[in-house]
Ligand binder design. Structure first.
Ligand SMILES: CC(C)(C)[C@H](NC(=O)Nc1cc(F)cc(F)c1)C(=O)N(CC(=O)NO)CC1CCCC1
Ligand SMILES: [Zn+2]
Length: 184
């Protein structure tokens, strides 16, 4: 099973690389890796397991974070209405998005970043994501709110983008007036 030791940290070159498309259908090894990533995110949200294995509770993970430069992400997060989004995707891509922006009012962190990085991270308010799941099904997801933010954060990792790249350097808390705030 994956633990924090498998997660590479800021400064590791893989976090700044563009991950390669997975040739579909995925190999057995690629499926095992993607499945272990979803297990990590689920396990990390289980207090007993998180405690036993020292896991930092996560809502998403991208393959580059475990030093696998392939386009694979795992997300396990509830939206504000309590709907559970649990997805492990090969080759996820944003095919549509609103101009409107949203942001977490607490800012963002990252399992690969061991320091606080204050500031608002502008994200698209609504996105449509296409990808292929572990059953080789192509799925299309229409997302808003926290799930939309998590998917954007994870897909950024596939392109070597870290959340703090998106924070305004002059005024970290500067965000467009019509951006939709997402309270924690
Ligand atoms: C780095 C960490 C702080 C652990 C972060 N968790 C998180 O943001 N949890 C959270 C946020 C909420 F708004 C409401 C709530 F209920 C729980 C996280 O897992 N990630 C995953 C990651 O680093 N993936 O690469 C960072 C998140 C920041 C925004 C999206 C993903
Ligand atoms: Zn991250």
């Amino acid at each position: 099973m994956l633990t924090m030791e498998d997660i590479i940290r800021e400064g590791h070159p893989t976090l700044r690389s563009k991950a390669a498309e997975v040739t579909l259908p995925a190999s057995k090894e690629e499926r095992e890796i993607l499945s272990s990533m979803l297990d990590y995110v689920k396990n990390s949200q289980d207090p007993e397991k998180a405690n036993e294995f020292g896991l930092r509770p996560g809502v998403g993970l991208a393959a580059p974070q475990i030093n696998v430069s392939k386009r694979m992400i795992a997300v396990h997060v509830k939206d504000s209405e309590g709907n559970q989004y649990s997805y492990a995707l090969f080759n996820p891509r944003i095919i549509r998005h609103t101009k409107a922006q949203t942001y977490l009012t607490n800012g963002e962190g990252c399992l690969s970043v061991d320091r606080p990085f204050p500031g608002f991270v502008p994200r698209y308010a609504k996105i449509t994501v296409k990808g292929v799941d572990l059953n080789d099904e192509e799925i299309t997801l229409k997302l808003k709110g926290l799930p939309a933010v998590v998917f954007q954060h994870e897909i950024d990792h596939l392109n070597g983008i870290m959340f703090f790249d998106r924070i305004n350097e002059i005024d970290p808390f500067d965000i467009s007036a019509d951006a939709i705030p997402l309270e924690r």
